[in-house]
Design a binder for this molecule. Structure first.
Ligand code: SAH
Ligand code: DHB
Ligand code: MG
Length: 221
């Protein structure tokens, strides 16, 4: 089994599980045309996120790391009428591309992009007494994994679900000697979870068009 098979299986799963959505395709095409890094979740990963949010019955979602808005569109489509997604992005150029993609997808009313370093935006949201969220997608700078989880706990009520992207990283997660900030951040996140009284979690190793990686799914108790 190899990456080509994983990609072909992704195509098969998409053909069976995902209705065709031109706005999602356009979001990827426009992000590429604008020169954004090609690191959005894959279609089947977007579908998985949206399904998790629906299973949770999420009405208020917080995303950290917008890029071109691809995962945001998936998550916004999972929201019920009156639901809201707030997504945090440091790069104004990414945010501008995302806003266009979100508008094209017809979910403008459900999505608010906040531009700036996520840790600052999170502190501001908390200071403003924002209504708690019930679903989080953490997909920004990996070195801040533990800080983002702490914020998710502060900005949620018991029962919230936190999904974190890129927690396996081609297996690099088991390299205790790594001085890569992303690997250190992911390992620190697992350390935090392993001793946190209010977090129960699982992780899923994944293969597909994006290679070998994985997601963390945490439940705030
Ligand atoms: N969730 C997106 C992909 C996000 S890629 C999708 O699947 O479609 C990671 C994004 O996080 C990039 O756009 C990057 O600019 C942003 N980012 C990195 N560091 C950040 C920070 N400190 N605060 C907010 N956003 C950050
Ligand atoms: C990178 C970031 C991601 O969020 C991802 O899913 C894949 C790659 C990166 O920074 O290389
Ligand atoms: Mg990611």
């Amino acid at each position: 089994m190899n990456e080509q098979t994983w990609t072909e299986v992704d195509r098969y799963l998409e053909s069976k599980l995902i209705p065709h959505d031109p706005a999602l395709d356009a979001a990827i095409a426009e992000s590429r045309a604008a020169g954004l890094p090609e690191i959005a979740v894959s279609p089947i990963e977007g579908n998985r996120l949206a399904l998790l949010a629906r299973i949770r019955g999420a009405r208020r979602i917080l995303e950290i790391g917008t890029l071109g808005g691809y995962s945001a569109i998936w998550l916004a489509q999972a929201l019920p009428v009156g639901g809201e997604l707030i997504t945090l992005e440091i790069d104004p150029k990414h945010a501008a591309v995302a806003q266009r993609n979100i508008d094209r997808a017809g979910v403008t009313d459900k999505v608010k992009i906040i531009v700036g370093p996520a840790l600052e935006s999170l502190a501001r949201l908390a200071g403003a007494g924002i209504e708690p969220f019930d679903f989080f997608f953490v997909d920004a700078d990996k070195k801040e994994g533990p800080a983002y989880l702490e914020w998710a706990i502060k900005l949620s009520r018991p029962g919230a679900v936190v999904v974190v992207d890129n927690v396996i990283r081609d297996g690099d997660v088991i390299d205790e000697q790594s001085d890569h900030p992303s690997v250190k951040g992911v390992r620190a996140l697992f350390d935090l979870i392993s001793q946190h009284p209010r977090v129960e979690a699982t992780a899923i190793q994944t293969v597909g068009q994006r290679g070998y990686d994985g997601i963390l799914i945490a439940h705030i108790t």
